[in-house]
Design a protein around this ligand. Structure first.
Ligand SMILES: C[S@@+](CC[C@H](N)C(=O)[O-])C[C@H]1O[C@@H](n2cnc3c(N)ncnc32)[C@H](O)[C@@H]1O
Ligand code: SF4
Length: 415
């Protein structure tokens, strides 16, 4: 592997003690030099048939299933992104299956993939309510993966308007039809659904083998706080027990950990810093195997915001991370528009310039220390992942911007 994210970050830490301004400049320069668009999300329109109370899309958007981006612009954006040899392209929504551009998007992405980047993966994140309407189309144009959102067993009905049974029926139907697509689930971990998510795993493991979990991040206009570290610890302990029970079954669990969320797990001996590995997409992870069950802890120590991933809004605006969709008007925080600059390459480069949120967030790292020790910073990147969200909360104001940051633990895995 020519470029290593882990080595890159370890080398950057060596310059941490330089005068702050110089260190921030150095990090910005190296990130720009090593930038590569790897993950690209495209919102197809701004409508949804649910109103989940944690959703990062700001409620101020007036919703519509009519695409704001003409199909020829959307097709061109998809083609250019795939031509840049991205690794993963996902379509989102708000709810992707509702939009008029849905089929065009999948067809264009698959054709561009065949032409420019055969290894690229095309995926869909969906609430699955209208998925059955598209199954015969998807059989002829199968995506590589579909993640169906299920937010617990009983709590799913509370969060997602009593849709659990319908979603599960649609999940099974999609799995039966799409033999070459990995159909799995995506679950948000909230302070009010941890034990219920474990129950969901137990009830669905019979027909689902790929589970993805993502801790909730407090959104500006909602009242759902970010996941507390004690609840994360509790979830990981219970997940391990579930893995022991199902050890004879081939199951795959992935848990995303944003920045400092890895630290409490290190302190509780649930993970070891020495176990961190890097995959071919430069994601950092720790893999645990319990019999035939695999648990991947994806460590977003060095987040992909801006320099490896980006999102195109339904009307063609460039956002370095989906967290920016929290803004009441995301156009304010976008770094360009495909209509004005119809070049994905130029928009990507533009988003990394010195007058951007990306640059501002790197400066923040050095100007406002997070309170973690130098050794801990190797695994929290000064809590970089949480800073973008905090910046949004500071800018637009919200009471629920709470993060459980540095915690005092008795055992120190770094000593
Ligand atoms: C924004 S939705 C879009 C796709 C589709 N509507 C769905 O719900 O699956 C994609 C995923 O992001 C999750 N999500 C939304 N808001 C979030 C937040 N504040 N923190 C963490 N995940 C969030 C959703 O629960 C869902 O699993
Ligand atoms: S999480 Fe998905 S389904 Fe729920 S409101 Fe947001 S976009 Fe809609």
């Amino acid at each position: 592997m020519s470029f290593s994210l882990l080595k890159f970050w370890h080398d950057s830490l060596e310059h941490w003690h330089e005068p702050r301004h110089r260190a921030a400049e150095g990090l910005h320069q190296s990130m720009r030099e090593n930038a590569k668009l790897t993950w690209f999300d495209i919102d197809l329109h701004k409508a949804c048939n649910l109103t989940c109370d944690h959703c990062f899309y700001n409620d101020h958007y007036s919703t519509s299933t009519s695409p704001a981006l003409a199909p020829e612009f959307l097709e061109e954006a998809i083609r250019q992104a795939v031509e840049m040899r991205i690794e993963v392209m996902t379509f989102s929504g708000m709810e992707p299956t509702l939009g008029k551009n849905f089929r065009v998007a999948i067809q264009t992405a698959r054709a561009a993939r065949d032409q420019y980047a055969p290894a690229a993966k095309i995926g869909l994140i969906t609430n699955a309510l209208t998925l059955p309407q598209h199954l015969s189309f998807l059989e002829s144009e199968p995506p590589d993966f579909i993640d169906v959102s299920i937010d617990g067993w009983k709590s799913h009905d509370r969060i997602r308007a009593n849709t659990r049974d319908r979603v599960i029926a649609n999940f099974k139907q999609a799995k039966a039809c799409l033999r070459n697509t990995r159909v799995g689930t995506s679950t948000v971990l909230r302070n009010d659904n941890i034990d219920d998510v474990i129950l969901m795993i137990e009830r669905t493991a019979e027909f689902n083998s790929h589970f993805y979990f993502e801790p909730v991040v407090a959104a500006v206009d909602k009242h759902i706080p970010s996941l507390a570290s004690e609840n994360l610890i509790h979830f990981v302990q219970r997940l391990r027990r579930v893995a022991e029970i199902f050890h004879e079954q081939e199951l795959h669990f992935s848990l995303l950990l944003n920045g400092d969320q890895a630290l409490p797990l290190f302190y509780h001996d649930l993970l070891e810093p020495e176990e961190v590995e890097e995959d071919e997409l430069h994601s950092l992870y720790i893999r645990r195997r319990i019999g035939r069950v695999e648990i991947d802890f994806i460590l977003r120590i060095i987040p992909e915001y801006f320099w490896r991933g980006a999102r195109l809004s339904y009307d063609g605006y460039w956002l370095g991370t989906c967290d920016l969709l929290q803004a009441p008007d995301f156009h304010e925080v976008a770094s360009g528009s495909f209509i004005e600059t119809p070049s994905i390459k130029q928009l990507f480069e533009r988003s990394l310039a010195r007058d951007t949120l990306f640059y501002q967030s790197l400066q923040e790292l050095f100007l406002n220390p997070c309170g973690h020790t130098e050794r801990e910073q190797q695994y929290c990147l000064s809590c970089f992942s949480t800073r973008m969200v905090k910046m949004m909360h500071q800018r637009y104001g919200a009471a629920s911007a709470s993060y459980t940051g540095a915690t005092n633990f008795s055992h120190d895995p770094f000593s």
